[in-house]
Design a protein around this ligand. Structure first.
Ligand SMILES: [Zn+2]
Ligand SMILES: [Zn+2]
Length: 255
């Protein structure tokens, strides 16, 4: 079996803010030779009955060329910005706290993950640090398609000191297939039959527009220091651009 190219952290129109049908996502994937899609629709948009329908629809929309693998993204009252992903979820679960998520999702999914840690200001409950399988070190929506998040790598390395098996991955957080932000995961050929299991075991490489990195090692040492600098410059340029756009717009408003 050849290596399997995949995309993870993907929303369909089963999410209130997702645009694409499962069939449209399957077409998007096949056009790009993507062999699997790790879906993560918003759990709050589901009931148990809708979840069952979703699982059946994912199977129906899948083919020899692409597998749509059902999964959910959970959020929790009192934990602002903390979003947890259950990739390859095999049964309906309704966790109301991060602790409950770890307890319920770990045995019921192929891999659990902390999404976009920047949104939770990198403040992660102990149960998540102690139980999560993967950290989204590059969220192509929050961190842009150009650079991963250096602070998320630092978080990953801190967690790995106690739990070396935790891995870093690049997610799309895609809600609209018209905008492909190009992050991919490439699962080793020996694991292509169980891509999300391979993600849990760290047997994959992350690829984006500007860089590639191993799931376990991530980016560290001098390259990480460089990434901090690049990120700092990029964020400043973006801010200056925003200000200029606002100034130009207000000027146009005056004339
Ligand atoms: Zn999220
Ligand atoms: Zn998401």
């Amino acid at each position: 079996m050849p290596p399997a190219l995949g995309i993870v952290h993907v929303h369909s129109n089963y999410s209130h803010d997702g645009r694409d049908s499962l069939d449209a996502l399957a077409r998007f994937a096949v056009e790009r030779r993507i062999a699997f899609v790790g879906l993560t629709d918003h759990a709050e948009d589901f009931s148990e009955a809708r979840w069952r329908e979703y699982v059946a629809e994912c199977a129906r929309a899948s083919s020899d060329a692409v597998r749509l693998i059902p999964g959910l993204e959970f959020r929790f009252a009192d934990f602002s910005g903390l979003h947890l992903l259950a990739f390859g979820l095999t049964q309906w679960i309704e966790p109301t706290t991060p602790d409950e998520f770890i307890r319920l999702a770990s045995p019921a999914s192929r891999a659990t993950a902390l999404a976009h840690p920047i949104l939770a200001s990198y403040e992660i409950p102990a149960s998540v640090r102690d139980g999560i399988d993967a950290i989204e070190v590059w969220n192509a929506t929050y961190n842009t398609r150009y650079l991963p998040d250096p602070r998320a790598f630092r978080l990953l390395h801190r967690i790995q000191r106690a739990r070396p098996a935790v891995v870093g991955f690049a997610g799309l957080d895609q809600h609209d297939a018209r905008n492909d932000r190009e992050t991919r995961v490439l699962v080793h050929e020996t694991q292509a039959h169980d891509p999300l299991g391979a993600i849990k075991r760290g047997q994959f490489e992350n690829r984006g527009r500007t860089m590639r990195f191993d799931a376990v090692r991530g980016v560290g040492g001098a390259p990480l220091a460089l990434l901090y600098v690049a990120r700092w410059c990029y964020d400043r340029v973006e801010r200056v651009q925003d200000v200029m756009v606002r100034v130009l717009r207000s000027r146009r408003g005056e004339s």
